[in-house]
Design a protein around this ligand. Structure first.
Ligand SMILES: [Zn+2]
Length: 144
């Protein structure tokens, strides 16, 4: 039985970080340390609404038109394109000042940021996939 309340880092639980189908927590080495350090930097609540995804779970989102998730999402572990485990989370965020604080602290730590009206996507594509850092926007009809 999966203990969804298990604390994986000092501030984040398996419910937040684990794949919703299996509860597995599989991130690129060092990513969760960076996320935890970011949480300490901002000293604000960070509710993770989407953490790592198994390939099967990610495929479910890809197949669901409500999400338009990427088949090579950085949320996915055993990622066939990048050969890495997950290096992305989404954090609930609707407050403009909290959004500024989170984006400032995240970019200072090298994270890339996707801005959605209801959440921020945070990933470390530069460290783990060798991609240039970016800030991108979601259209409001895309949930994640
Ligand atoms: Zn995301």
């Amino acid at each position: 039985m999966i203990d969804w309340n298990e604390r994986i880092t000092p501030h984040f639980t398996r419910r937040e970080l684990g794949s919703p189908d299996t509860g597995e927590v599989r991130y690129a080495a060092g990513f969760l340390d960076s996320l935890e350090a970011l949480r300490v930097d901002v000293d604000l609540a960070m509710a993770v609404t989407s953490g790592c995804r198994s390939p099967a779970y990610n495929q479910r989102l890809v197949d669901d038109p409500r999400y338009q998730a990427s088949p090579t999402s950085l949320h996915m572990f055993s990622n066939p394109k990048w050969g890495i485990d997950a290096c992305a989370v989404d954090v609930a965020c609707t407050d403009p000042m909290v959004r500024h604080a989170l984006i400032s602290a995240a970019t200072a730590r090298g994270f890339s940021v996707g801005v959605h009206p209801r959440f921020l996507h945070l990933d470390d594509r530069t460290t783990f996939a060798g991609l240039p850092a970016a800030i991108f926007l979601y259209s409001s009809r895309i949930s994640r």
